[in-house]
Design a protein around this ligand. Structure first.
Ligand code: ZN
Length: 298
């Protein structure tokens, strides 16, 4: 039996079939073209799913799981108005896919499903509670306890990017507050700080390379960003008491120096009983969203 997972992202849609052991097959993807409107994007999702189901007996598919950028309402299946999907205003994504595809369909936000995938088949495996944080263009995440995503009232919890650690003097965030993690430590935030300091346009990858080569200014920029992540995680460790912390997303490509800095900040700043929390880089790579979406199918 298979579960079909589909990962709707701001730049691409990726889908695949997952077996009960977490192995993925028939993976395929296409570009997301949000400027063509939600109807066209939903058509593209349907075409992609039909393509990967080609040659598979419908009776062997248990259901469809969708991971989508938030905010979205898990109970109603409505995608509200994600910044990464311009033009998506209150789209009934779950029921529209369900009525065309005729399979039980489930929807959750992309960071929550990535957390679920890491918990079941990545480095959360074997733990009772795991906190996942993804650091790339934005910062998000999820908390899993005893196999379940902690969702909050409408499934909008775990917006870790908007945990503020310097509400008075910190950089202005897109949400209107100051000193949010996303404004201090996301990929674009690191690139922006570096571009200002070096007076030329820089990518996060270049900052990582310069720091690796021993440039003290680049190292300082990264240390500040990693300490901000550490400070945010200190709050989250005290709030959720996780057994493991898993970091994913593009910024983790900077490498082990990031995990060392973030974990020592946390261990040095949490209260003593919390110091045994363990730190890991996410294990699942490009299929994390597809696996997580498929995990939504019970
Ligand atoms: Zn914010």
């Amino acid at each position: 039996m298979f579960s079909l997972g589909i990962d709707l992202g701001g730049t691409k849609i990726r889908a695949g079939l997952m077996q009960s052991d977490g192995s993925i097959s028939n993976v395929s993807e296409c570009k997301t073209l949000p400027h063509r409107g939600p109807d066209a994007v939903i058509d593209d999702m349907v075409k992609l799913m039909q393509q990967i189901m080609n040659g598979i007996d419908r009776r062997d598919i248990r259901g469809i799981g969708i991971g989508s950028p938030g905010p979205l309402n898990v109970s109603t299946g409505i995608v509200e108005s994600p910044p990464n999907l311009p033009g998506f205003e209150k789209v009934q994504l779950r029921s529209r896919i369900e009525s065309v595809m005729q399979f039980p369909t489930y929807l959750d936000n992309d960071a929550s499903v990535a957390a679920l995938a890491e918990y079941r088949y990545g480095c959360g495996h074997g733990s009772n509670s795991m906190l996942y944080m993804t650091i790339s263009t934005g910062i998000g995440g999820g908390v899993i306890e005893h196999g379940e995503i902690i969702r909050g009232r409408r499934g909008m919890s775990a917006e870790f990017g908007h945990v503020s650690i310097d509400a008075k003097n910190g950089k202005l965030c897109t949400c209107g507050n100051h000193g949010c993690l996303e404004a201090l430590a996301s990929g674009p935030a690191i690139a922006e700080t570096a571009s200002r300091v070096f007076s030329r346009s820089m990518t996060t990858q270049e900052v990582g390379q310069l720091a690796f080569d021993g440039d003290p200014l680049a190292q300082r920029i990264l240390d500040d960003a990693f300490d901000a992540l550490g400070a945010g995680l200190v709050n989250l460790v005290h709030a959720f008491d996780p057994e493991r912390i898993v970091l994913g997303g593009g910024v983790t490509q900077i490498g082990p120096v990031m995990l060392d800095r973030v974990s020592s900040y946390v261990v040095n700043h949490v209260m003593p009983p919390y110091r045994d929390v363990s730190f890991h880089f996410a294990h699942l790579r490009q299929d994390v969203g597809v696996i997580g979406a498929a995990c939504l199918v019970p």
